[in-house]
Write a protein that binds this ligand. Structure first.
Ligand SMILES: [Zn+2]
Length: 200
C-alpha cells in the first residue's frame, strides 16, 4: 500500500465515516423495518447500504494452455492470477470479464460460458469466471501485470497463485478436462482460520 498525498492507489475502507450527501458524521442504527446495523446520517436521513462486490474474470485457454498474469499490484503482488477484477458500474459480468482480460493480459479472446460462481462472504464478494478461447498468442499485459504467459496444466504454479477462487477454478477445469464437459460450478469459500489475510 502506498502512502502520501499524491498516491491514489489504495481503495477506501469499506466502512464509511461521513455522509456522502451532507458530510455529517455517520452513526450505526437499525432502521425501521430493517434487521441489521446500517451507517445512517442523523442530519439528512440517508442510509448508506453496503452490499457485496462482484469480481469478474476469465479462464482463457490457448491450445490447451492456461493464460495467467503475474500481478504488479497489491494484494498478492508477484503472484499469478487469472485475469479478473471488480465489475464496474454500467457493465455486464461478461463485459467486465472481457475488459479485465484486455487490461491485464492484452489478449484477444472469445468469451465462452459462465464456469464458476463463487461466494466469498468473509471478503464480501462474489466471483464469476467465464471460460474463454484465446484467439491469438500475442499478449500485451497492462500496468497491473508484470507479465502474462501461457501455462501447460502440469506447469501451473500452484504455490504462487494469488487467490483461492483462482486455485479452485483451475482445479475444476483440470477435473472437467478429463470428461470434456464444463458445467457451471457454484460453491462457497469459507474463511480459513489460520490464514490471517482477508483475501479470497
Ligand atoms: Zn447526510
Amino acid at each position: 500500500m502506498t502512502t502520501g498525498a499524491s498516491s491514489f492507489y489504495f481503495p477506501a475502507p469499506r466502512a464509511q465515516r461521513f455522509c456522502s450527501q451532507c458530510g455529517t458524521q455517520l452513526t450505526q442504527i437499525i432502521p425501521p423495518d430493517d434487521n441489521r446495523l446500517r451507517d445512517a446520517c442523523g442530519r439528512c436521513g440517508a442510509i448508506h447500504y453496503q452490499n457485496p462486490r462482484n469480481v469478474v474474470g476469465v479462464l482463457p485457454i490457448w491450445e490447451g494452455k492456461v493464460l495467467l498474469c503475474r500481478r504488479a499490484i497489491e494484494p498478492r503482488y508477484n503472484t499469478w492470477t487469472l485475469p479478473a477484477g471488480f465489475m464496474e458500474l454500467g457493465e455486464t459480468t461478461a463485459q467486465g470479464a472481457m475488459r479485465e482480460t484486455q487490461e491485464e493480459a492484452g489478449a484477444q479472446i472469445e468469451l465462452g460460458s459462465l464456469y464458476t460462481i463463487i461466494d466469498v462472504p468473509h471478503a464480501e464478494q462474489v466471483h464469476f469466471y467465464y471460460l474463454a478461447r484465446v484467439l491469438s498468442p500475442e499478449l500485451y499485459p497492462g500496468p497491473e501485470s508484470l507479465e502474462a504467459a501461457f501455462f501447460a496444466v502440469e506447469d501451473i504454479p500452484w504455490s504462487r497463485l494469488a487467490f483461492r477462487t483462482v486455485v479452485t477454478t483451475l482445479e475444476h477445469y483440470i477435473r472437467d478436462r478429463e470428461t470434456g464437459v464444463f458445467p457451471i460450478h457454484h460453491y462457497d469459500i469459507e474463511q480459513v482460520s489460520y490464514n490471517t489475510s482477508d483475501q479470497p
